[in-house]
Design a protein. Structure first.
Length: 480
């Protein structure tokens, strides 16, 4: 076993110690040759270790995305390790952990049937919109059912990944470096707070939505929530029950959709129309009429008129927001103009004394462990085919780099199936792999399916879930 030595270059490789994919099979012929060549020292320069990892993929992260990659790789017999820096799996849904941005009272906004993995239904007894505890239970059950836990190395943080010839060097927090066949990045994109900068200084308590957990910090206070994504709306509603006053600063008008329409989860209603191929313009009109009929327009409650058409921002799904505004428990405000000590001045010139500001201003897309130039970085994000496939590298993939207008886990399950099938086809030298490669390098899919999203960094990863799922399914079928 070679050990890391500070006088040696960082590419010294540690021998296998941790858990490995239970279904890891013998490396396919082409890969075995590559492994041999590395082990005999003929590949990348400073490599000295054994080939314990060189036939395997490293899955970075054991959130809902990393888990389904692990499950699908395991089923397809693709050798892999899953490295997770936390002491348990679940990522964002592992409440209270640094990687988790959820709060205690959260329920999914995507309904269970549109969120669950493709072959592991959520229990019948779960409500349509499960709580965080139920989401966690489900994720744990998935890991148990497919025996994923034993293939995950917990408390194992990846510090850096670098290409090394046809391989990837993965440096861990303990300084050791492993040379893997490739990497599937699944580190999530809802953890690095996007802090806004406003002129002036605020002397009260400041939190980002990802740090907000329970309402005790709001009790009896004058609270300002900034930002009207689903975090801002959920937290403003929670604040309205506990705070002395709640102000909600919005920099534009939005459409608010209730969680249920005629007793059905609203995303399930939308799904039916998508299945019937109702065109966007007609879906827009019908949805608007139904929502207006059920709850009215935001302006009727004193909220600003939406400055865009329905579906042109990531949907706000919240049945309580308008209700609380209608009861004066949430007071809408325009953009923040200046922070003035213990007061905040807004763009309309009004001022309020404020004790606590919660910035629910979203997240930055971050990959602190890899140089952006390896990710084909363009305009604030990696530009990848279907947000998964690198234009030049067949050994680097990202899973979960999407923000769908619906549930995410099932979609990432399809992403994982596609990555796995592509790798199997490549290893077997099947023509379908070459066809997929050519296609992925020549074609740019419109992941919005004709929707013109409002220009905002939060829409950089937005995908229209129905057409995206169909596209993934078609490619999976072509690689079978
Ligand atoms: C408040 C909130 C509510 C949401 N609600 C919904 C919803 O209702 N429905 C829905 O479908 N989606 C929802 N989402 C989106 C949510 O992020 C996804 O459901 C899902 O959790 C993303 O999973 P992931 O595995 O891609 O990322 P994460 O859950 O963030 O997991 C990433 C994992 O990678 C690990 N990791 C990161 N870096 C390293 C490293 N360097 N080394 C080792 N390990 C590392 C982390 O510890 C973590 O475990 C919500 C997001 C937020 C913020
Ligand atoms: N219950 C749930 O399941 C739940 C709860 C919370 C979040 N989520 C999900 O988690 C993801 C992240 O949601 P999020 O609400 O945290 O973030 P988000 O969707 O990115 O929303 C951020 C909000 O902050 C505003 N904003 C951003 N920068 C600003 C600035 N500098 N000044 C003023 N306003 C600013 C944005 O305005 P613009 O409109 O101009 O961009 C937007 O209204 C989404 O996918 C969401 O659906 C789900």
């Amino acid at each position: 076993m070679s050990v890391h030595n500070s006088s040696e270059p960082a590419t010294v490789v540690r021998a296998a110690t941790g858990a490995q994919c239970a279904a890891a099979i013998d490396a396919p012929a082409s890969r075995s040759a590559a492994v041999d060549s590395v082990a005999s020292g003929s590949a990348a320069s400073a490599y000295e270790g054994d080939a314990a990892y060189a036939h395997k993929f490293c899955i970075l992260g054991a959130g809902t995305s990393g888990l389904t990659v692990l499950k699908n790789f395991k089923e397809l017999g693709i050798a892999c390790d899953c490295l997770e820096r936390a002491d348990d799996l679940g990522g964002n849904w592992y409440y209270g952990q640094p990687a988790s941005s959820i709060y205690d009272s959260i329920h999914l906004i995507s309904s269970k049937r549109l969120t669950e993995y493709t072959d592991f239904p959520m229990p019948e007894e779960f409500p349509q919109f499960p709580s965080r505890r139920q989401a966690w239970e489900y994720i744990q059950a998935y890991a148990r059912h497919f025996k994923l836990r034993e293939a995950i190395e917990f408390n194992t943080a990846v510090e850096r990944i670098e290409p090394a010839g046809d391989f990837w060097d993965v440096r861990l927090a303990d300084g050791s470096v492993r040379r893997y066949r490739g990497v599937v990045i699944a580190n999530g994109h809802n953890w690095d707070p996007n802090w806004p900068s406003f002129p002036g200084e605020f002397r009260g308590t400041v939190l980002h939505s990802s740090q907000y957990k329970r309402p005790d910090v709001l009790v009896g206070k004058r609270v300002l929530v900034v930002g009207a994504g689903n975090s801002g709306c959920d937290i403003a509603v929670e604040s309205s029950r506990y705070a002395a006053r709640t102000f909600h600063s919005l920099r534009r008008g939005y459409h608010y959709l209730p969680k249920f329409l005629h007793g059905k989860p609203i995303d399930a209603c939308g799904e039916r129309w998508l299945r019937w191929r109702v065109p966007l313009w007609l879906r827009r009109i019908v949805s608007k009429v139904l929502v207006r009929f059920a709850i009215g327009a935001p302006q009727q409650y004193g909220l600003p008129k939406p400055d865009h058409k329905l579906f042109e921002t990531h949907p706000i799904i919240n049945s309580e927001m308008l209700y609380q505004v209608g009861h004066g428990r949430i007071v809408p405000k325009p953009d923040v103009a200046e922070l003035c000590g213990e007061r905040v001045r807004f763009a309309d010139g009004s001022e309020e004394p404020i004790d606590v500001i919660v910035y629910a201003t979203g997240f930055r897309i971050s990959f602190p462990f890899i140089d952006q130039r390896h990710l084909n970085w363009r305009d604030g994000r990696p530009e990848l085919f279907l947000n998964v496939f690198h234009p030049e590298r067949d050994n680097l993939f990202i899973a979960g780099l999407i923000q769908p207008d619906s549930g995410q886990w099932g979609l990432v399950d399809y992403q994982a199936q596609l990555i796995g099938r592509y790798l199997r086809a490549l290893d077997a030298g099947r023509p379908s792999a070459e066809r997929f490669r050519r296609r992925s390098r020549a074609v740019r899919f419109d992941l919005s399916h004709g929707i013109h999203y409002v220009k905002s960094p939060r829409h950089l990863l937005e995908v229209e879930h129905y057409s995206y799922r169909q596209t993934l399914q078609r490619f999976i079928a072509a690689l079978r």
